[in-house]
Design a protein around this ligand. Structure first.
Ligand SMILES: [Zn+2]
Length: 342
């Protein structure tokens, strides 16, 4: 008989980590960081509740930190099985795990893992494509597109004649870049997330109009439009929208800066996997291969370059990491511009 145990990601929205025990093998789905608990630091440092050495395989649904954040800790504590995900998830995971370590060191917190654990993690990682069933350990498995972020997957497992479906985070309304989730006809057991189950997101068209108005307004006032954005998906969404608006001359040209080293690395991964975009974007790419590149767009990697942004007269747009957790450049810009009132 097989058993599913929830070691996080149940009765809470972060820290996803599910174990499936089959007669011969132990499988995990996701190994995320707990972020919403009051004592989250202790919770993340606490033992897993199982022996990492006894886990044979780990399936990773997608590269959000609440689904990947404890993987190097798993490797540190003896896990040496195989990690399976799409290639895009693997490539996104690396900069995010390195960034989380850098942030912990910067904040002088005790890190969950070190560089060697990250190295080990990626030697264990194997990529698999969507809709390409495989069988190992007497378990058949397959990934399906979850339509959440680039490379995101649902994990299907067939264990002892039962069909299990782990959706991971599902969909991403409004999504500019990725296709809608694959549909799955049937499953015996469905493990589904419901983080935003009670919330309705604003429509994509509305977001686009808000962005257009904000850029027009800043052009008129010769000011600085500061956009705090998550490094994954949001930054690329915004770049694509600005690119499109510029192309159709809906907004005037002005300097645009992506001022987050993490967002820059993530954008490079996005550029590597055009085949994963939705049909509309694929069509667009055919005519305009540079989805995230346009005249007067600058990616500022170094702190010096970042500071230099202040010397550029407005109007201009600065997209920076949102909040302390992503390096905090947005704060340094916010302080400067809010003080000057413009
Ligand atoms: Zn997610």
């Amino acid at each position: 008989m097989s058993t599913i145990t929830f070691f996080g990601g149940a009765r809470e929205v972060t820290g996803a980590c599910y174990r499936i025990e089959t007669p011969g093998k132990n499988i995990l789905v996701d190994c995320g960081l707990m972020q919403a608990r009051e004592n989250e630091r202790d919770a993340n440092h606490a033992p897993f509740g199982f022996d990492p050495r006894e886990i044979d395989a780990l399936f990773v649904t997608h590269a959000h930190i609440d689904h990947i954040g404890r993987i190097p800790k798993l490797a540190r504590e003896g896990f040496s099985g195989t990690i399976y995900s799409t290639a895009a998830t693997r490539d996104l995971a690396r900069p995010l795990l390195e960034d989380a370590l850098a942030v912990a060191e910067h904040e002088r917190e005790e890190p969950l893992y070190d560089e060697r654990d990250i190295e080990k993690t990626f030697t264990l990682w194997q990529e698999i494509d969507y809709r390409a069933p495989r069988e190992e350990y007497g378990v058949r498995f397959q990934l399906r597109d979850a339509g959440h972020i680039l490379g995101s997957s649902m994990v299907e497992l067939w264990v002892e004649g039962k069909h299990l479906l782990f959706t991971g985070d599902l969909g991403n309304v409004p999504s500019e870049l990725v296709p809608p989730p694959d549909s799955v006809d049937a499953a015996d057991y469905l493990i589904i997330e419901s983080t935003y189950g009670s919330r309705t997101h604003e429509a994509p068209a509305e977001r686009e109009i808000q962005l257009e108005r904000a850029v027009e307004d800043i052009a008129f006032r010769k000011g600085t439009l500061l956009i705090p954005a998550f490094a994954t998906e949001r930054t690329q969404d915004i770049l694509h929208l600005l690119n499109e608006m510029l192309h159709f001359k809906r907004i005037p040209e002005m300097p645009v800066f992506v001022d987050s080293p993490l967002a820059i690395r993530i954008t490079e991964v996005f550029e590597k996997y055009p085949a994963l975009y939705n049909q509309e974007i694929q069509k667009l790419l055919f005519e305009h291969p540079d989805l995230f590149q346009f005249r007067r767009l600058k990616f500022t990697k170094s702190v010096e370059e970042s500071k230099h942004i202040n010397d550029i007269p407005g109007p201009k747009v600065v997209i920076a990491g949102s909040g302390m957790m992503t390096g905090g450049r947005i704060l340094h810009h916010a302080k400067r511009y809010t003080r000057r009132g413009g």
